[in-house]
Design a binder for this molecule. Sequence first.
Ligand code: SDX
Length: 437
Amino acid sequence: MTDKKATLNIDSENEAISLPTYSGSLGPDVIDVRGLTSKGYFTYDPGFVSTASCESKITFIDGANGVLLHRGYPIDQLAEKSDFLETCYLLLHGELPSLDEYTDFVKIIINHTMVHESIARFFRGFHHDSHPMAMMCGIVGALSAFYHDSLDITDPRHRIISAHRLIAKMPTLAAMCYKHSQGQPFMYPNNNLSYSENFMHMMFGTPCDDPQVNPVLSRAMDKIFLLHADHEQNASTSTVRLAGSSGANPFACIASGIATLWGPAHGGANEAVLKMLEEIGDVSNIDKFVAKAKDKNDPFRLMGFGHRVYKNFDPRAKVMKETCDEVLAELGLEDDPLLKIAKRLETIALEDEYFIEKKLYPNVDFYSGIIMKAIGIPTDMFTVIFATGRTVGWIAHWHEMLGESVKIGRPRQLYTGAKPRDYSPREGRPAAAKEVF
Ligand code: SDX
């Protein structure tokens, strides 16, 4: 609470409405508008552009300055000095672990990577060309059918067991989606490998040979998971919080986050970036596509550019660009044509008045797709990788929300539909003017 008050004067009201304001440790003050309902008003904010839906201690973004903090630690420091599982511990528990705590946490996660054998049978119901995100939505939701011992969401021990299971099993399930699409046998996790080495092994290994994981590529994979771990109240995290506020079990909540992330405006953008670069095809075509992106009458947008919060460089994109250069150098792909188009597109866009005026910079999705394609991950698996990294963020917010007194999320609306009218008999009723659905 601050001693600052917001005073709302409404023409038709005799008295001004006084609203409390609160200051966080960082970021803008907020105005508590809960008192408006008793005065007969709702706030109106489609897309929640100016709405703080909750209080949180997990992640902070300073969009104007391109800053991203996880429990106060800058993302570039974590990407350089930490690893994905240590960042998972930080997001879940609020502090970096001691060496012993880190070792124990890694052991717990590594020992939860297997999935129930029955899960393999679920995949047989999907055609081999099913989109992996469709499979992930179904399979992760179905995990609720297997873990009856940890569904009391009011018990912190159940919540943390579910967190460990989800963080551990997402790479296994992601790799199973890929193997199913390739018609190859599922690979069991190998507990002698690190989290990201294990993922690469389950993705590209076969029962016919011993694990062979390129350390540069597994380190790049670990950074991709780390850079996608959490991002405040983005669309998918807000969905998980809303689902969790009804008391739904953690696996169903995470499945709702996966479904939301799939959209091309959100986590589906990395897949859309690759498709856009392939559609551009050559640097000589870039100007035509930039013109389309600027044309108000053309729905085309430059995928991988722009962000609701960042009005500066997405700090994750900077790290992703460095990782991209490392991976392509390791694989001898420095002359990758898509990378050439991406780098030229970035230069042109950053010098273009439209993008400068609208503060549209490359976001996390702009380079991640190029790295994943170079590693050999098919485009339709890109958002599955994003979901695998983001699961810890979703579950950390779910856990944080349930640790406080939870009110079910239930937004209101501005209703502009028909006013009360009486039913008319069907005989003789005129044809309805059909709204375009
Ligand atoms: C992610 O929220 C998160 O934190 C998300 C995320 C996470 O980690 O969880 O960071 C992950 O989702 C990154 C964003 C990935 N999406 C894309 O790259 C898709 C392309 N980008 C856009 O669709 C768009 O920039 C959004 C959806 C990301 C943000 O849109 P906003 O904040 O709703 O902004 P807007 O649509 O109101 O755009 C503002 C203006 C508009 O022009 P005007 O109507 O003011 O004239 O900028 C224009 C838009 O037309 N614009 C673009 C553009 N993005 C916005 N014009 C061309 N190309 C673009 N990419």
